[in-house]
Design a protein around this ligand. Structure first.
Ligand SMILES: [Zn+2]
Length: 256
């Protein structure tokens, strides 16, 4: 039944998935892509009242410094399915000189220290972990940069086959990272949307689970943790303003 937490022994308080466009609910206990009714992106929903009564801030501060410390509001039901390379809880640095010049207190969140060198690790650790939990064996995505390498790294850790479709003129370091991580890499004469169309056309035939942006519900769940980290690092206060990339993550924190 949707809206109820299914696994009382789980650390996750996920209850169901909900279409961001039409509101239709979907179970999280099976492999899901987009809304079966309208093709909209699915968002994970949690029993937040249960999280509120079960979790105390001081307990959180004693947990390991990875973003899986927020596991109550992440979608992986059983901890043994978490595919982690030690990601998250990245530093927050003050930008003193620029801040002084602008008359602001400016901070920058440095996700360059993530295991695969970018914030893309947040989405991929979450999506690959959930894919593993649901029994997926092969993952694929279209990428023009560092999402491909992140997926390849987490798929390698999970023992999943990875297929990456990249525009031929993607940065050579991005292609190399996918190769080194053991992914099957295919170069496409075109842009990322052409690469995405190939994944879409072939995924059923080859049994690939498509981890391309907004083609599955869980990458965004990992990305929201940037907002949680900033809130915790600032003593559970939210900043007055955010850079435009972070705006969605603030909404994630406010929702929680
Ligand atoms: Zn829908």
């Amino acid at each position: 039944m949707f809206g109820c937490r299914s696994y009382v022994e789980s650390n996750s308080y996920i209850t169901h998935l909900q279409c961001s466009r039409c509101g239709e609910t979907h179970p999280h206990s099976g492999v899901q892509t987009v809304c079966v009714n309208c093709g909209g992106t699915l968002f994970a929903r949690y029993e937040l009242e249960g999280v509120k009564s079960a979790l105390r801030r001081d307990e959180l501060s004693r947990r390991a410094p990875t973003f899986w410390r927020y596991r109550e509001v992440l979608p992986v039901v059983h901890d043994e399915n978490i595919v982690s390379l030690g990601e998250g809880y990245t530093p927050l640095y003050p930008l003193m000189r620029l801040g002084e010049r602008l008359g602001l207190k400016l901070l920058v969140k440095d996700d360059g220290v993530m295991p695969t060198g970018s914030f893309k690790a947040r989405g991929q650790t979450t999506a690959v972990s959930k894919a593993k939990e649901l029994g997926v064996r092969r993952v694929a995505l279209a990428s023009a940069g560092n999402a491909g390498g992140a997926m390849a790294a987490y798929a390698a850790k999970a023992g999943l086959e990875a297929y990456v479709f990249m525009p031929r003129d993607a940065p050579s370091v991005a292609k190399l990272e996918c190769h080194v991580m053991g992914a099957h890499v295919y170069l496409v004469d075109g842009l990322i949307n052409h690469a995405a169309a190939i994944v879409q056309r072939l995924r059923e035939r080859y049994g690939w689970f498509d981890l391309s942006t907004l083609k599955e519900p869980y990458r965004v769940e990992g990305k929201k943790t940037m907002g949680y980290e900033v809130a915790e690092q600032l003593g559970w206060r939210l900043p007055d303003g955010w850079g435009h990339w972070a705006r969605g993550h603030v909404e994630g924190v406010r929702g929680a």
